[in-house]
Design a protein around this ligand. Structure first.
Ligand code: NAI
Ligand code: MG
Length: 489
């Protein structure tokens, strides 16, 4: 086992009602460093009983005590204090994220941790600006609305952006006055535990944020089924999203789902080719392709195909994976053996269904490490019917298809069950907006890829889910409207 002072001293415990506790069963499970394939530490294996304790703590904190009594401006101050706490420990958190998830340290620091801090600051700013309307009605009435918290929110998050996904859910939920039970992914539980510690040190009252580590089918499912949870916010696979929607029906929980994607990245003939090549590379290889918004389908105008592919393959070759703690590394390993097997399976499917392998397709040797490293992979001559054009691979595997004109590009772009993101590269402002309007996706980028900001809404069309996180839109996910009538007659 790897020993590192950083690897949470408090790992092995759940955070419930302001206290660090063992799982009721006493069981733990290892969390693995994907770049060495070795366990980092043991984490408590929360289950039904622990989830129940956490929900009780969250209910208690929602109904009575310091939290409901706190005015919105004080809540804002607390969220700023959480952001300060994250900021003070940003380098450590980045290292922890890199060891638990495998992403390059530079990216963890510059994106994951930085964006998580921003997210807490942004919703700290909203906390005292969440209010209703006075509605002029006929009759001798005063009618006004209040935006009230929903109650106990369950947050179930994936392993690809562990702290950031926690922030996206916890920050707006708390800003709106809810309490939270957070279930991090079993592959990457460590930064969620640190978030709980930082929030508690910042003064967040006991029970307001609880963290139960554990597996999806046990701890996650218990949270989704719990009759005293009012809302579930989920990010993860479409398959589990469907299960959650069904299982949450018991007490009619509010549900918001941010699910998979198979996003088209469209390059028109008039695009700035160099910029589009750079964009297409990071679109698919950023985070080793383990991004719900990954630009996994590259659609290029047939007239620029040869030139574009040549440049793309060269650039991809320069992105071979390396040790994520090395500051020069641009791409780390996949998250797990399971994910590596899944992705290799898709690569085999690509070959057997007739796609042409341009580069990669094989495991990468990284300084004798047995980690889950895979070389950047590009398939050309992919048709829309092929499995690698339809299913979310969640790895560094790009499917390239050509088109004859913009109409065909849009048609191909929309030929998917998913609708999370899309991009178009062109110098023609008319074509850019035509594509942006016609593509059925929650985010469309023009001459850029992967940019997100806490101020701008994010979420899916079609099987990519519903509900919008980030921006002022997230407030809708964590509040409910009350109409108050006063008889003035
Ligand atoms: P997953 O959807 O199973 O896991 C995401 C979260 O849901 C984890 O916290 C997990 O513990 C929890 N979970 C799993 N089953 C649950 C259940 N029955 N009830 C409640 N919670 C449950 O994703 P997984 O298995 O890690 O990855 C499989 C594939 O899913 C990936 O290859 C990728 O294609 C996709 N995925 C997409 C993500 C996205 O952001 N769009 C994120 C993670 C995975
Ligand atoms: Mg799963």
């Amino acid at each position: 086992m790897q020993t590192d002072a950083l690897v949470a001293i408090r790992a092995g415990k759940l955070f419930i009602g302001g206290e660090w506790r063992d799982a009721e069963s006493g069981r733990t499970f290892p969390t693995i460093n994907p770049s060495t394939a070795e366990p980092l530490t043991e984490v408590a294996e929360g289950d039904v009983a622990d989830v129940d304790q956490a929900v009780r703590a969250a209910r208690g904190a929602f109904e009575s005590g310091a939290w409901p009594a706190m005015d919105a401006r004080s809540r804002a101050k607390l969220l700023h204090a959480v952001a300060d706490g994250l900021e003070a420990r940003a380098d450590e958190l980045a290292r922890l994220e890199t060891m638990d998830n495998g992403k390059p340290l530079r990216e963890a620091r510059m994106f994951d941790i930085k964006e998580s801090i921003e997210c807490f600051r942004y919703y700290a700013g909203w906390a005292d600006k969440i209010y209703g309307d006075v509605i002029p009605l006929p009759g001798p009435y005063l009618n006004y609305t209040r935006l009230e918290p929903i109650g106990v929110c369950g947050a179930i998050i994936p392993w690809n952006y562990p702290l950031q996904m926690a922030a996206w859910k916890v920050a707006p939920a708390l800003a709106c006055g809810n309490t939270v039970v957070l279930k991090p992914a079993e592959q990457t539980p460590l930064t969620a535990l640190e978030l709980a510690r930082i929030a508690s040190e910042a003064g967040l009252p006991a029970g307001v944020l609880n963290v139960v580590t554990g597996h999806g089918e046990t701890a996650g499912a218990a949270l989704v089924r719990h009759p005293d949870v009012d809302k579930i916010a989920f990010t993860g696979s479409t398959e589990v999203g469907r299960i959650i929607q069904r299982e949450a029906a018991g007490n009619l929980k509010r549900v918001s789902l941010e699910l998979g994607g198979k996003s088209p990245n469209i390059v028109l003939a008039d695009a700035d080719i160099e910029a589009a090549v750079r964009g297409a590379t990071s679109a698919i290889f950023y985070n080793t392709g383990q991004a719900c918004t990954a630009g996994s389908r590259l659609l290029i105008d047939e007239s620029i195909r040869d030139e574009f592919l040549e440049k793309l393959a060269k650039r991809a070759d320069g992105m071979r994976p390396g040790d994520p703690l090395n500051p020069k590394t641009r791409m780390g390993p996949l998250i797990s053996q399971e994910q590596l097997d899944r992705v290799l399976g898709y690569i085999e499917k690509g070959k057997s269904e007739g796609a042409e392998l341009v580069i990669g397709g094989d495991r990468a040797e990284v300084s004798n490490n047995p980690g889950y490293f895979l070389n950047p992979t590009i398939f050309d001559r992919v048709t829309p019917e092929m499995t690698i054009a339809r299913e979310e691979i969640f790895g560094p595997v790009l499917a390239v298809t050509t088109f004859a004109d913009l109409d065909e590009a849009i048609e191909l772009g929309n030929k998917t069950d998913y609708g999370l993101a899309a991009a178009v590269w062109t110098q023609d402002v008319k074509k850019a907006h035509r594509a942006a309007h016609a593509l059925r996706a929650g985010t469309v980028w023009v001459n850029m890829y992967h940019t997100l900001d806490t101020g701008s809404p994010f979420g899916g069309y079609k099987h990519s889910g519903y509900g919008r996180e980030l921006g002022k839109y997230a407030l809708d996910l964590y509040t409910q409207v009350k109409s108050v009538w006063v008889n003035l007659a």
